[in-house]
Design a protein around this ligand. Structure first.
Ligand code: PLP
Length: 378
Protein backbone atom coordinates (compact mmCIF):
# COMPACT_ATOMS: atom_id res chain seq x y z
CA UNK A 1 0.00 0.00 0.00
CA UNK A 2 1.22 3.50 -0.76
CA UNK A 3 2.20 5.86 2.04
CA UNK A 4 -0.35 8.17 3.69
CA UNK A 5 0.82 11.35 1.93
CA UNK A 6 0.56 9.68 -1.48
CA UNK A 7 -2.91 8.32 -0.78
CA UNK A 8 -4.05 11.74 0.48
CA UNK A 9 -3.27 13.15 -2.95
CA UNK A 10 -4.29 10.24 -5.18
CA UNK A 11 -6.65 7.77 -3.46
CA UNK A 12 -10.04 7.76 -5.17
CA UNK A 13 -8.84 10.52 -7.51
CA UNK A 14 -7.47 9.09 -10.76
CA UNK A 15 -7.32 11.58 -13.64
CA UNK A 16 -10.78 11.99 -15.18
CA UNK A 17 -11.12 9.24 -17.81
CA UNK A 18 -13.04 11.36 -20.33
CA UNK A 19 -10.96 14.56 -20.34
CA UNK A 20 -7.74 13.72 -18.51
CA UNK A 21 -8.48 16.44 -15.94
CA UNK A 22 -5.91 15.92 -13.19
CA UNK A 23 -8.12 17.46 -10.54
CA UNK A 24 -11.34 15.61 -9.73
CA UNK A 25 -14.14 17.35 -11.65
CA UNK A 26 -16.96 18.96 -9.69
CA UNK A 27 -19.95 17.06 -11.04
CA UNK A 28 -22.39 19.86 -10.32
CA UNK A 29 -25.52 17.97 -11.30
CA UNK A 30 -28.53 16.73 -9.38
CA UNK A 31 -29.40 13.91 -11.77
CA UNK A 32 -27.90 11.55 -14.40
CA UNK A 33 -29.31 10.35 -17.71
CA UNK A 34 -30.39 6.72 -17.95
CA UNK A 35 -29.86 4.66 -21.12
CA UNK A 36 -33.24 2.99 -20.66
CA UNK A 37 -35.84 2.69 -17.95
CA UNK A 38 -34.02 1.40 -14.89
CA UNK A 39 -30.67 1.50 -16.73
CA UNK A 40 -28.49 4.12 -15.07
CA UNK A 41 -24.82 4.34 -16.01
CA UNK A 42 -23.71 4.11 -12.40
CA UNK A 43 -25.25 7.21 -10.86
CA UNK A 44 -28.93 8.13 -10.70
CA UNK A 45 -29.46 11.10 -8.43
CA UNK A 46 -26.92 13.10 -6.44
CA UNK A 47 -28.47 12.50 -3.02
CA UNK A 48 -27.80 8.79 -3.54
CA UNK A 49 -24.39 9.28 -5.12
CA UNK A 50 -22.25 11.68 -7.09
CA UNK A 51 -18.81 11.04 -8.63
CA UNK A 52 -17.13 13.94 -6.78
CA UNK A 53 -18.52 12.56 -3.53
CA UNK A 54 -17.37 9.05 -4.43
CA UNK A 55 -13.83 10.37 -4.88
CA UNK A 56 -13.95 11.94 -1.41
CA UNK A 57 -15.49 8.85 0.18
CA UNK A 58 -12.89 6.54 -1.36
CA UNK A 59 -10.07 8.84 -0.29
CA UNK A 60 -11.37 9.03 3.30
CA UNK A 61 -11.72 5.24 3.49
CA UNK A 62 -8.18 4.81 2.25
CA UNK A 63 -6.76 7.28 4.77
CA UNK A 64 -8.51 5.62 7.70
CA UNK A 65 -7.47 2.17 6.49
CA UNK A 66 -11.15 1.20 6.23
CA UNK A 67 -13.32 -0.39 3.61
CA UNK A 68 -16.30 1.98 3.38
CA UNK A 69 -16.29 5.79 3.40
CA UNK A 70 -19.36 8.02 3.58
CA UNK A 71 -19.47 11.79 3.30
CA UNK A 72 -22.09 14.00 4.97
CA UNK A 73 -23.12 17.64 4.91
CA UNK A 74 -21.67 18.24 8.40
CA UNK A 75 -20.00 16.44 11.26
CA UNK A 76 -23.34 16.53 13.09
CA UNK A 77 -25.07 14.87 10.12
CA UNK A 78 -22.48 12.08 10.28
CA UNK A 79 -23.06 11.63 14.02
CA UNK A 80 -26.81 11.69 13.43
CA UNK A 81 -26.51 8.84 10.91
CA UNK A 82 -24.54 6.77 13.44
CA UNK A 83 -27.14 7.35 16.17
CA UNK A 84 -29.76 6.01 13.74
CA UNK A 85 -28.15 2.59 14.17
CA UNK A 86 -29.92 2.55 17.55
CA UNK A 87 -33.61 1.90 18.26
CA UNK A 88 -35.76 3.24 21.11
CA UNK A 89 -34.75 1.51 24.33
CA UNK A 90 -31.13 1.11 23.25
CA UNK A 91 -28.39 2.62 25.36
CA UNK A 92 -25.38 4.66 24.22
CA UNK A 93 -22.44 5.02 26.60
CA UNK A 94 -20.42 8.14 25.81
CA UNK A 95 -17.20 9.62 27.10
CA UNK A 96 -18.11 12.45 29.46
CA UNK A 97 -15.96 15.13 27.83
CA UNK A 98 -17.26 15.68 24.32
CA UNK A 99 -18.27 18.26 21.76
CA UNK A 100 -21.26 20.30 23.00
CA UNK A 101 -23.19 19.75 19.76
CA UNK A 102 -22.90 15.99 20.14
CA UNK A 103 -24.25 16.25 23.69
CA UNK A 104 -27.09 18.45 22.43
CA UNK A 105 -27.98 15.95 19.69
CA UNK A 106 -28.00 13.08 22.19
CA UNK A 107 -29.92 14.86 24.93
CA UNK A 108 -32.22 17.31 23.15
CA UNK A 109 -33.09 15.22 20.09
CA UNK A 110 -32.63 11.50 20.66
CA UNK A 111 -33.28 11.21 24.40
CA UNK A 112 -36.74 12.62 23.57
CA UNK A 113 -37.26 9.77 21.12
CA UNK A 114 -36.61 7.02 23.62
CA UNK A 115 -32.87 6.44 23.36
CA UNK A 116 -30.95 6.13 26.59
CA UNK A 117 -27.65 8.00 27.07
CA UNK A 118 -25.13 8.02 29.84
CA UNK A 119 -21.68 9.55 30.22
CA UNK A 120 -18.55 8.45 32.03
CA UNK A 121 -14.92 9.41 32.20
CA UNK A 122 -12.89 7.22 29.84
CA UNK A 123 -9.55 7.96 31.44
CA UNK A 124 -9.73 4.56 33.17
CA UNK A 125 -10.94 2.11 30.46
CA UNK A 126 -12.00 -0.54 32.98
CA UNK A 127 -14.32 1.65 35.03
CA UNK A 128 -15.62 3.30 31.85
CA UNK A 129 -16.64 -0.03 30.34
CA UNK A 130 -18.24 -1.09 33.64
CA UNK A 131 -20.84 1.59 32.92
CA UNK A 132 -22.14 -0.49 30.01
CA UNK A 133 -25.66 -1.85 30.46
CA UNK A 134 -27.30 -4.96 29.03
CA UNK A 135 -28.93 -2.72 26.37
CA UNK A 136 -25.76 -0.81 25.43
CA UNK A 137 -25.49 -0.93 21.65
CA UNK A 138 -22.96 1.81 21.02
CA UNK A 139 -19.92 3.13 22.87
CA UNK A 140 -19.16 6.70 21.86
CA UNK A 141 -15.61 7.96 22.19
CA UNK A 142 -13.99 11.22 21.28
CA UNK A 143 -10.19 11.30 21.33
CA UNK A 144 -8.65 13.70 22.01
CA UNK A 145 -11.72 15.06 23.74
CA UNK A 146 -13.15 18.50 23.17
CA UNK A 147 -12.34 20.68 25.10
CA UNK A 148 -10.19 18.99 27.78
CA UNK A 149 -7.83 17.12 25.44
CA UNK A 150 -8.21 13.89 27.37
CA UNK A 151 -7.42 10.70 25.51
CA UNK A 152 -9.48 7.53 25.28
CA UNK A 153 -7.45 4.32 25.05
CA UNK A 154 -9.28 3.19 21.92
CA UNK A 155 -7.65 -0.24 21.74
CA UNK A 156 -8.24 -1.12 25.39
CA UNK A 157 -11.78 0.26 25.54
CA UNK A 158 -12.73 -1.59 22.32
CA UNK A 159 -11.26 -4.83 23.66
CA UNK A 160 -12.98 -4.54 27.05
CA UNK A 161 -16.30 -3.42 25.57
CA UNK A 162 -16.39 -6.36 23.16
CA UNK A 163 -15.42 -8.77 25.91
CA UNK A 164 -18.57 -7.67 27.75
CA UNK A 165 -20.75 -7.74 24.67
CA UNK A 166 -19.38 -8.94 21.34
CA UNK A 167 -22.20 -7.15 19.49
CA UNK A 168 -21.49 -3.66 20.81
CA UNK A 169 -20.16 -1.09 18.33
CA UNK A 170 -17.40 1.32 19.26
CA UNK A 171 -17.48 4.66 17.44
CA UNK A 172 -14.77 7.30 17.68
CA UNK A 173 -15.07 10.97 16.86
CA UNK A 174 -11.50 11.45 15.65
CA UNK A 175 -11.95 15.03 14.46
CA UNK A 176 -9.14 16.47 16.62
CA UNK A 177 -6.66 13.81 15.53
CA UNK A 178 -7.38 13.27 11.80
CA UNK A 179 -6.35 9.99 10.14
CA UNK A 180 -2.81 11.36 9.84
CA UNK A 181 -2.32 11.28 13.62
CA UNK A 182 -4.55 8.36 14.65
CA UNK A 183 -6.46 5.54 12.97
CA UNK A 184 -9.11 4.07 15.30
CA UNK A 185 -10.20 1.25 12.95
CA UNK A 186 -6.68 -0.21 13.01
CA UNK A 187 -6.80 -0.52 16.80
CA UNK A 188 -10.22 -2.06 17.32
CA UNK A 189 -12.91 0.59 16.79
CA UNK A 190 -15.81 -0.19 14.45
CA UNK A 191 -16.70 3.27 13.21
CA UNK A 192 -14.65 6.45 12.88
CA UNK A 193 -16.34 9.80 12.39
CA UNK A 194 -15.01 13.24 11.49
CA UNK A 195 -16.13 16.78 11.17
CA UNK A 196 -14.33 17.40 7.86
CA UNK A 197 -15.08 21.07 8.51
CA UNK A 198 -11.93 21.02 10.62
CA UNK A 199 -8.43 19.74 9.78
CA UNK A 200 -9.43 17.56 6.83
CA UNK A 201 -10.59 20.53 4.78
CA UNK A 202 -8.26 22.74 6.80
CA UNK A 203 -9.11 26.23 5.57
CA UNK A 204 -12.33 27.14 7.43
CA UNK A 205 -14.29 27.44 4.22
CA UNK A 206 -16.59 24.42 4.17
CA UNK A 207 -18.85 22.39 6.50
CA UNK A 208 -18.71 18.62 6.14
CA UNK A 209 -18.68 15.27 7.90
CA UNK A 210 -17.48 11.75 7.30
CA UNK A 211 -17.76 8.18 8.52
CA UNK A 212 -15.48 5.23 7.75
CA UNK A 213 -16.15 1.63 8.78
CA UNK A 214 -15.01 -1.88 7.91
CA UNK A 215 -18.34 -3.57 8.67
CA UNK A 216 -20.34 -4.30 5.50
CA UNK A 217 -23.67 -4.43 7.39
CA UNK A 218 -23.02 -1.21 9.30
CA UNK A 219 -21.89 0.47 6.06
CA UNK A 220 -25.05 -0.71 4.31
CA UNK A 221 -27.28 0.75 7.02
CA UNK A 222 -25.35 4.01 7.16
CA UNK A 223 -25.54 4.32 3.38
CA UNK A 224 -29.28 3.77 3.63
CA UNK A 225 -29.58 6.56 6.25
CA UNK A 226 -27.28 8.83 4.23
CA UNK A 227 -29.68 8.58 1.29
CA UNK A 228 -32.95 8.31 3.21
CA UNK A 229 -32.24 11.28 5.47
CA UNK A 230 -30.41 13.18 2.77
CA UNK A 231 -27.82 15.16 4.75
CA UNK A 232 -25.28 14.87 1.94
CA UNK A 233 -22.56 17.30 0.89
CA UNK A 234 -22.79 19.01 -2.48
CA UNK A 235 -20.18 18.26 -5.16
CA UNK A 236 -18.40 21.58 -4.66
CA UNK A 237 -18.04 20.97 -0.93
CA UNK A 238 -16.68 17.48 -1.63
CA UNK A 239 -14.11 19.04 -3.96
CA UNK A 240 -13.11 21.53 -1.26
CA UNK A 241 -12.55 18.77 1.29
CA UNK A 242 -10.58 16.71 -1.25
CA UNK A 243 -8.38 19.70 -1.98
CA UNK A 244 -7.74 20.25 1.72
CA UNK A 245 -6.87 16.60 2.31
CA UNK A 246 -4.04 16.79 -0.23
CA UNK A 247 -2.01 18.96 2.20
CA UNK A 248 -3.24 17.33 5.42
CA UNK A 249 0.08 15.71 6.36
CA UNK A 250 2.23 18.82 5.99
CA UNK A 251 -0.35 20.99 7.70
CA UNK A 252 -0.71 18.60 10.64
CA UNK A 253 3.04 18.44 11.15
CA UNK A 254 3.17 22.22 11.54
CA UNK A 255 -0.04 22.40 13.62
CA UNK A 256 1.53 19.92 16.03
CA UNK A 257 4.88 21.74 16.15
CA UNK A 258 3.24 25.11 16.82
CA UNK A 259 0.81 23.69 19.40
CA UNK A 260 3.63 22.00 21.27
CA UNK A 261 5.48 25.33 21.51
CA UNK A 262 2.36 27.21 22.60
CA UNK A 263 1.46 24.60 25.23
CA UNK A 264 5.00 24.53 26.63
CA UNK A 265 5.01 28.32 26.81
CA UNK A 266 1.66 28.51 28.59
CA UNK A 267 2.67 25.83 31.06
CA UNK A 268 5.47 28.03 32.34
CA UNK A 269 3.47 31.22 32.42
CA UNK A 270 2.07 32.86 35.53
CA UNK A 271 -1.67 33.44 35.40
CA UNK A 272 -2.23 30.00 33.84
CA UNK A 273 -3.65 27.40 36.18
CA UNK A 274 -3.46 24.31 34.02
CA UNK A 275 -2.61 23.44 30.42
CA UNK A 276 -4.25 20.50 28.64
CA UNK A 277 -2.14 19.17 25.79
CA UNK A 278 -1.31 15.48 25.25
CA UNK A 279 2.18 16.38 24.01
CA UNK A 280 3.25 17.74 27.41
CA UNK A 281 4.93 15.20 29.67
CA UNK A 282 2.73 16.61 32.48
CA UNK A 283 -0.40 15.34 30.65
CA UNK A 284 -1.75 12.37 32.64
CA UNK A 285 -2.01 10.32 29.44
CA UNK A 286 1.22 11.41 27.80
CA UNK A 287 2.39 7.80 27.28
CA UNK A 288 -0.94 6.74 25.77
CA UNK A 289 -0.71 9.68 23.39
CA UNK A 290 2.72 8.57 22.24
CA UNK A 291 1.39 5.07 21.56
CA UNK A 292 -1.91 5.98 19.98
CA UNK A 293 -1.10 9.12 18.03
CA UNK A 294 1.69 10.06 15.67
CA UNK A 295 1.86 13.44 17.37
CA UNK A 296 -0.29 15.36 19.85
CA UNK A 297 -2.31 17.56 17.48
CA UNK A 298 -3.04 21.26 17.12
CA UNK A 299 -5.55 21.82 19.92
CA UNK A 300 -4.59 23.22 23.31
CA UNK A 301 -6.83 24.24 26.19
CA UNK A 302 -5.91 25.97 29.44
CA UNK A 303 -7.59 27.51 32.43
CA UNK A 304 -6.65 30.95 33.64
CA UNK A 305 -6.56 32.42 37.10
CA UNK A 306 -9.41 34.86 37.67
CA UNK A 307 -12.30 32.73 36.41
CA UNK A 308 -14.80 33.53 33.67
CA UNK A 309 -14.01 37.25 33.59
CA UNK A 310 -10.30 36.65 33.06
CA UNK A 311 -10.99 34.09 30.31
CA UNK A 312 -13.31 36.52 28.53
CA UNK A 313 -10.82 39.35 28.79
CA UNK A 314 -7.97 37.27 27.39
CA UNK A 315 -10.02 35.78 24.56
CA UNK A 316 -11.12 39.27 23.51
CA UNK A 317 -7.59 40.69 23.62
CA UNK A 318 -5.75 38.53 21.08
CA UNK A 319 -5.08 39.95 17.62
CA UNK A 320 -3.58 37.05 15.66
CA UNK A 321 -5.78 34.42 17.30
CA UNK A 322 -9.29 35.23 16.04
CA UNK A 323 -12.12 34.94 18.54
CA UNK A 324 -14.28 32.32 16.84
CA UNK A 325 -15.77 28.85 17.20
CA UNK A 326 -14.49 25.93 15.12
CA UNK A 327 -10.94 24.71 14.69
CA UNK A 328 -8.51 23.03 12.36
CA UNK A 329 -8.01 25.84 9.85
CA UNK A 330 -4.69 27.39 8.87
CA UNK A 331 -5.52 30.44 11.03
CA UNK A 332 -5.32 30.36 14.82
CA UNK A 333 -8.58 30.63 16.77
CA UNK A 334 -9.37 31.28 20.42
CA UNK A 335 -12.64 30.68 22.25
CA UNK A 336 -14.22 30.20 25.68
CA UNK A 337 -15.99 26.79 25.49
CA UNK A 338 -18.30 27.32 28.49
CA UNK A 339 -20.17 30.10 26.70
CA UNK A 340 -19.39 29.28 23.08
CA UNK A 341 -18.89 25.74 21.68
CA UNK A 342 -20.05 23.99 24.84
CA UNK A 343 -22.85 26.33 25.98
CA UNK A 344 -25.27 23.41 25.54
CA UNK A 345 -23.63 21.59 28.48
CA UNK A 346 -24.47 24.41 30.94
CA UNK A 347 -26.20 23.06 34.04
CA UNK A 348 -25.45 19.43 33.13
CA UNK A 349 -22.83 17.08 34.58
CA UNK A 350 -20.73 17.87 31.50
CA UNK A 351 -20.57 21.59 32.24
CA UNK A 352 -17.21 23.15 31.31
CA UNK A 353 -15.00 25.26 33.60
CA UNK A 354 -15.84 28.91 32.76
CA UNK A 355 -12.13 29.81 33.08
CA UNK A 356 -11.17 27.40 30.31
CA UNK A 357 -9.84 28.78 27.03
CA UNK A 358 -9.48 26.64 23.91
CA UNK A 359 -6.94 27.36 21.19
CA UNK A 360 -6.85 25.98 17.68
CA UNK A 361 -3.20 26.62 16.92
CA UNK A 362 -2.77 27.52 13.29
CA UNK A 363 0.11 27.73 10.87
CA UNK A 364 1.25 31.31 11.48
CA UNK A 365 4.85 31.85 12.65
CA UNK A 366 4.89 30.51 16.19
CA UNK A 367 6.78 33.59 17.43
CA UNK A 368 3.83 35.73 16.40
CA UNK A 369 1.41 33.39 18.17
CA UNK A 370 3.42 33.48 21.40
CA UNK A 371 3.77 37.27 21.23
CA UNK A 372 0.03 37.60 20.63
CA UNK A 373 -0.83 35.55 23.70
CA UNK A 374 1.69 37.49 25.76
CA UNK A 375 0.20 40.86 24.86
CA UNK A 376 -3.30 39.53 25.64
CA UNK A 377 -2.51 38.53 29.22
CA UNK A 378 -3.32 41.37 31.63
C1 PLP B 1 -15.12 17.03 17.95
C2 PLP B 1 -16.23 17.53 17.08
N1 PLP B 1 -17.10 16.66 16.55
C3 PLP B 1 -18.12 17.06 15.77
C4 PLP B 1 -18.31 18.39 15.46
C5 PLP B 1 -19.48 18.80 14.61
O1 PLP B 1 -19.05 19.05 13.31
P1 PLP B 1 -19.80 20.07 12.31
O2 PLP B 1 -19.67 21.44 12.91
O3 PLP B 1 -19.04 19.89 11.03
O4 PLP B 1 -21.21 19.63 12.21
C6 PLP B 1 -17.43 19.33 15.98
C7 PLP B 1 -17.63 20.77 15.67
O5 PLP B 1 -17.03 21.63 16.25
C8 PLP B 1 -16.36 18.90 16.81
O6 PLP B 1 -15.50 19.77 17.34
Amino acid sequence: MQEFETRAIHAGQPPDPTTGSVMTPIYQTSTFIQDGVGQPRGYEYSRSGNPTRTALEDCLASLEGGEYGLAFSSGMAAIDAIVHLLAPGDHLLAVSDLYGGTFRLFESVYAQLGLDFSYASAVDPKSFVEQMKPNTKLVWLESPTNPLLQLCDIEEISRLAKARNSEVLVAVDSTFATPYLQRPLEIGADIVQHSTTKYLSGHSDVIGGAIVTDHPKVAERLTFYQNAIGAVPGPFDCFMVLRGIKTLAVRMDRHCENAQRVAAHLEKRSGVERVNYPGLSSHPQYELGRRQMRSAGGMVSFSVEGGAAAAKQLAEATKVFSLAESLGGVESLIEVPAVMTHASTAGSSLEVDPALIRLSVGLEAVEDLLADLEQAFP
